[in-house]
Design a protein around this ligand. Structure first.
Ligand SMILES: Cc1cc2nc3c(=O)[nH]c(=O)nc-3n(C[C@H](O)[C@H](O)[C@H](O)COP(=O)(O)OP(=O)(O)OC[C@H]3O[C@@H](n4cnc5c(N)ncnc54)[C@H](O)[C@@H]3O)c2cc1C
Length: 587
């Protein structure tokens, strides 16, 4: 029998989404936040560039501009009612963070400073919203450490709010019975002890799954455990085929060089020193949305205008040297430091070699605007189960997220989820739970420890990551995607024959990595089947064999779910359109 701990609310994940929700839970309710890493080490802490809101501190702007940009950026797949909620709530959310103590950078007037970011624009003539648009200063920031200070601020506020933290606890299962969520199973990484967290409410806030790709900006913990747990529980995931590559990762390493570098005036150049974005997006150039810039970089490389690196792979340049040392040191200290440390490049004097890097999951656990998780595409919900942040799909990012809209998503929907949970707690009783609820996880872990096969976890993971880059990356086609489907089947077979070296209980990171690999494979599966199924190009999903967007057949959300040992099942949900009918997406 397992140890049972009981709380009103259990939140899986101590990133921005989980912590913002936890801040909202009143002290009279007990709230536990579980994290597989020490909370402030969550990936939110690495966010660099900013969090956007139409404050209009530097120049005129409006929430409606933000709404339109987000819809257009999403390639019209985002649900417009949810996008309106997010963009109109953004201004309040930023002021709230400021009052919580977040140290934003300031402009000359002492107001929160703002800078430009890809796809954030305003019309040149306010009476012509669909006419020519130019980049606008909308991203609020704290140098290039915005996520770091946001996470610290939220963590401090959680401590003040008496939130119970379970640091280095790994969740292996979400307990759902008859459409009701009853808690989670987790193990304490430091002791190996398995514990049932019995609760009235569970919120999944486990972040993204960038580690499914070899070149990624995501931290090692970004293995998409939450999305995989939901998928493996038989619930659907939404729009998993839309995976964003950020244009500027450090060459070969994938470490992010924030779009803030281009927001401050950085320029992309090919081997001839040409500012090539002028050919792809004449009006906004280097500040086009990420899907477009990433495709442009790969096109430059494919057409022979990349720069060949020492290992034969190609890159292009991001040049910030003309900005001058003062701006670089004040506004971009962190990312230019990375270029110095990891590539030995001096950004004040020379351009930085970059390549696109796997960055952000637009898809995830489907929720409504109050973070309640959908049981199916018809809108039924799982009682007591919530999701927020990168692992969730509200959907406000549609087929392509705009930079700085993720941190905003965390604080807007994290708070909304927290408020919805409060309301739910007022009328719900703790439902009964079986004392053997942890058995499945226990046997699965025991099974991994007892295995003595020849396959190694790191080798399967590397094969998965390499093949996802090759067959399900920025450009996709049926041939490659089918190869990836076969690869996943092959890797699942190999996984059955793994063995881990460490058979102990204390800090068994071998076991953690084996569990994470299983989750990565599940995320790759839902991504690839979604990508193979969607026969159009939209946002980050670019099918070379179906190069056009097809609103007649594909203006709809994918709901993919597991089907025992068979191929996954795909259903659809309509996109909510309020004001903006789909138009051609040109910049
Ligand atoms: C390098 C980088 C820079 C970025 N810059 C920006 C930016 O400037 N602006 C912007 O808007 N967005 C940015 N993004 C995107 C944004 O930061 C992320 O989408 C967002 O922070 C994700 O937050 P989250 O709360 O959903 O999850 P995370 O911050 O990833 O946190 C996930 C949490 O879940 C926990 N967890 C996961 N699995 C388990 C498990 N099995 N058991 C227990 N706990 C678990 C982890 O321990 C962690 O606490 C950036 C992303 C990266 C990678």
């Amino acid at each position: 029998m397992s140890i049972i701990k009981t709380f009103d609310v259990v939140i899986i994940g101590a990133g921005g989404a989980g912590l913002r929700a936890a801040v909202e839970i009143p002290k009279e309710y007990s709230c536990a936040v579980l994290s597989k890493v020490f909370p402030p080490r969550s990936h939110t802490g690495t966010a660099q560039g900013g969090v956007c809101a139409a404050l209009g501190n530097m120049e005129e702007d409006s929430p409606e501009n933000h709404v339109f940009d987000t819809i257009k950026g999403s390639d019209y797949l985002g649900d417009q009612d949810k996008i309106e909620i997010m963009c109109y709530d953004a201004v309040r959310a930023i002021i709230e963070l400021e009052h919580m103590g977040l140290p934003f950078s300031r402009n000359a007037e002492g107001k929160i400073a703002q800078r430009k970011f890809g796809g954030h624009t305003k019309p040149v003539d306010p009476n012509e919203p669909f006419g020519k648009r130019v980049p606008v200063d909308r991203a609020c920031y704290s140098a290039d450490r915005t996520g770091h200070v946001m996470l610290q601020t939220l963590y401090e506020n959680c401590i003040k709010n008496s939130v119970n933290f379970f640091s280095e606890y790994f969740v292996t299962e979400i307990i759902i019975e008859n459409g009701i969520c009853k808690g989670v199973v987790a193990f304490d990484i430091s002791t190996g002890e398995i514990i049932i967290f019995h609760s009235k409410v569970v919120m999944v806030a486990t972040g993204g799954y960038g580690r499914v790709y070899r070149i990624t900006s995501n931290a090692h913990v970004g293995t998409g455990d939450g999305t995989a747990l939901i998928y493996n529980a038989g619930l659907p995931l939404e729009d998993m085929e839309f995976y964003q590559f950020h244009p500027t990762g450090l060459w070969r390493l994938g470490i992010l060089v924030s779009e803030a570098a281009r927001g401050e005036g950085g320029i992309l150049k090919n081997k001839d020193g040409e500012r090539f974005m002028a050919r792809y997006a004449p009006s906004v150039m280097d500040l086009a949305p990420r899907d477009m810039v990433s495709r442009a970089i790969i096109t430059e490389i494919r057409e022979g205008r990349g720069i060949k690196g020492s290992d034969g792979t190609d890159y292009v340049f991001l040049d910030v040297s003309h900005l001058g040392k003062k701006i670089i040191d004040e506004k971009l200290p962190e990312i230019t430091g990375f270029a110095r440390t990891y590539l030995g490049v001096e950004p004040t004097k020379e351009p930085i070699p970059i390549q696109p890097t796997a960055h952000y999951a637009m898809g995830g656990i489907p929720t409504n605007e109050n973070c309640e998780v959908f049981l199916n595409e018809t809108g039924d919900i799982v009682k007591g189960l919530y999701a927020a942040g990168e692992c969730a799909c509200v959907s406000v990012h549609g087929a392509n997220r705009l930079g700085t809209n993720s941190l905003l998503d965390l604080v807007v929907f994290g708070r909304r989820g927290g408020k919805a949970i409060n309301k739910f707690l007022q009328s719900v009783e703790l439902s009964g739970i079986n004392r053997d609820a942890a058995d499945k996880s226990k046997y699965a872990m025991q099974n991994i420890l007892e295995k003595s096969g020849n396959e190694k976890v790191y080798a399967i993971r590397t094969e998965l990551q390499e093949s996802m880059m090759d067959f399900c990356g920025i450009f996709r086609n049926e041939n490659d995607l089918k190869k990836m489907v076969d690869k996943i089947k092959e890797l699942k077979e190999k996984y059955k024959n793994i063995s881990v070296q460490d058979k102990g209980k204390i800090f068994n990171t071998d076991l953690v990595e084996a569990l994470e690999l299983d989750n990565l494979i599940s995320n790759a599966e839902s991504t690839v089947y979604g990508a193979l199924n969607r026969k159009e190009s939209r946002g980050a999903h670019d099918r070379e064999d179906f190069p056009a967007r097809d609103d007649v057949n594909w203006l709809k959300h994918t709901f993919i779910s597991k089907n025992g040992g068979q191929e996954p099942v795909i259903k659809y949900k309509p996109v909510t359109i309020t004001k903006y009918q789909p138009m051609e997406r040109k910049y």
